[in-house]
Design a protein around this ligand. Structure first.
Ligand code: BDR
Ligand code: CA
Length: 314
């Protein structure tokens, strides 16, 4: 079993990634760290606690982290248009009964890596800020992390926030570049592969009628995200399972094929957050191909609690 820390900016696809990770017996989730991105760090923390409560896993500890980018006073990015005013498609989940821990997300990452050297898998599906802060405070952890799987970037395809940049790297370009140049063993799960792994609208109807509260809530939550995708990407055929694919790669790395290269993140205003692949350098395993059908079937088989599942179209 892999010991993982999931770093999120919850967000609709983050919520799906949390559920998928929880329902994956290969993963032992030590804690979830939160930060700004799709929403504020406060909202991401609340949303994470609400999703854990919905999934009856309020026992998983949550650590609130970065409120702002690594080297800037404020972010240029929020994604309420993609994820709704509450970040979860305006579904009005009950307020969380538990609070997040008082420990900062970056300190939790450091403490777990120290405690379990060479055993921790970090899955980061928001900005890279918490990890960058941890590396800056305690650079020695670089040699002690087992692997890092990052949902971020767009090396061979256009961005989704600007023509150049993907959202997670745009929101904190300096933090992303700091992490990518650190020497950590990184697998990049960017738009190159995540824009090919789609949730289809017909699945929402299946979830809504499957007889499970979680299914109904996820169907409602995802319909906001689906509407956004359909309006922005007519003809795409669904909404992208960005963050779940990073979890999928932790469970089964063979879902993607990677190429080793260097990746720099632009900090220049004209192409802020752009991922620039450097073929002559090696070191980052960049996902460029994905077995989308096999991944989607795996994801759909696990996303809802095990007791009673609706019929899914794979
Ligand atoms: C990424 O940005 C966020 O909106 C999503 O949650 C995902 O992590 C996709 O670019
Ligand atoms: Ca995210």
């Amino acid at each position: 079993m892999k010991s993982v820390i999931l770093d999120v900016d919850t967000g609709i696809d983050d919520a799906l990634a949390i559920a998928y990770a929880i329902h994956s017996p290969e993963l032992n989730i030590l804690g979830i760290t939160t930060g700004f991105g799709n929403v504020s760090a406060e909202e991401a923390t609340r949303n994470t606690l609400q999703v854990l409560q919905l999934l009856n896993r309020a026992d998983i500890p949550v650590y609130r982290g970065a409120e702002r980018p690594f080297r800037r006073e404020s972010t240029r990015h929020r994604a309420y248009d993609v994820h709704g005013q509450d970040g979860l498609g305006n579904i009005q989940l009950p307020p969380p009964e538990l609070l997040s821990s008082g420990l900062h997300a970056s300190d939790f990452i450091i403490s777990m890596v120290k405690k379990y050297p060479h055993e921790i898998t970090l899955i980061t599906v928001g900005t890279q800020t918490n990890l960058a802060l941890a590396l800056e405070k305690e650079p020695f952890i670089i040699d002690l992390v087992k692997e890092v799987i990052i949902m971020g970037g767009a090396v061979t395809v256009p961005g989704n926030v600007t023509p150049a940049a993907e959202a997670n790297f745009y929101a904190d370009a300096e933090g992303a570049d700091f992490v990518l140049q650190s020497g950590l063993p990184i697998t990049l799960v960017g738009l190159d592969v995540t824009m090919k792994t789609l949730l289809q609208r017909r699945t929402l109807a299946d979830w809504g009628s499957c007889g499970l509260k979680t299914g109904e809530i996820f169907a409602e939550m995802c319909s906001f995200y689906m509407d956004f995708y359909e309006s922005k990407n007519p003809g795409l055929g669904g909404c992208a399972l960005h963050d779940p694919l990073a979890v999928g790669v932790a469970v089964d790395p063979s879902f993607i094929k990677t190429t080793s290269m260097g990746v720099r993140i632009s900090k220049e205003p004209e192409n802020l957050g752009q991922s620039i692949g450097v073929a002559a350098d090696k070191g980052i395993s960049v996902g460029l191909e994905v077995d989308a059908e096999r991944f989607r079937a795996h994801f759909l088989n696990r996303i809802l609690p095990a007791e009673k599942k609706g019929s899914h179209h794979a």
